[in-house]
Design a protein around this ligand. Sequence first.
Ligand SMILES: Cc1ncc(COP(=O)(O)OP(=O)(O)O)c(N)n1
Ligand code: 3NM
Ligand code: MG
Length: 206
Amino acid sequence: MKREIHAISTGRQSIESLTTIVEEIHPFVDAIHIREKSKTASEIYQIVQKLLENEVPLDKIIINDRVDIAYVCKVQGIHLAHHSLPVYAVKNEFPGLRIGYSCHSLVEARKAEKEGADYLFFGHVYATTSKPGLPPKGLKQLKNICRGVNVPVLAIGGVKPSNIPDILQTGANGIVLMSGIFEAEDPKGAANDLVKKVNKGTGGYT
Ligand SMILES: Cc1ncc(COP(=O)(O)OP(=O)(O)O)c(N)n1
Ligand SMILES: Cc1nc(C(=O)O)sc1CCOP(=O)(O)O
Ligand SMILES: [Mg+2]
């Protein structure tokens, strides 16, 4: 199974900054999550249209939480969290959408898999400013999740180039970054570096 790199928008950037970064990084990553909790449906739709105008492939775009926007825009998929519509409900209504789910325990992971999730995020693996005051789950729990389900598991939370080898040792199928890409001084350089690290030793990158 190909290892995947996903990038998630921060929710803190303007439409202009966000779309400029995505236009630079999309060739290096497998998926770009538009996770913009305080933007309106109209603004998120505008983001997707701007990305398409700038030749970002539809099949690299994933919408966080908003199934309506994912369906209307015909993107690659929808990413659900604990506050979202249930996985089984989305699967039933939109069998063509790739469904991701953010889980934080083995019980949640197995439930999401049973309900039809196509892949899982597990986190936060390392400390991250995105989850202040919450202790990181660590590599041991990540390994346990990877062994406990049959769908791909991607590590999220505090991921940086130096911890990629340890993450991949757990059996994780990829990595997910927010600040490490969207808040990097050089997002394109950061994404390129991640591709090299993720594919090291697989023959997938020369
Ligand atoms: C134990 C625990 N519960 C919830 C979260 C964060 O929620 P999540 O479903 O991942 O949604 P996002 O806010 O991250 O989009 C967590 N990290 N830990
Ligand atoms: C959106 C999100 N969800 C998490 C989870 O554990 O569910 S961690 C996270 C943010 C990850 O940001 P960064 O790459 O900057 O650490
Ligand atoms: Mg999350």
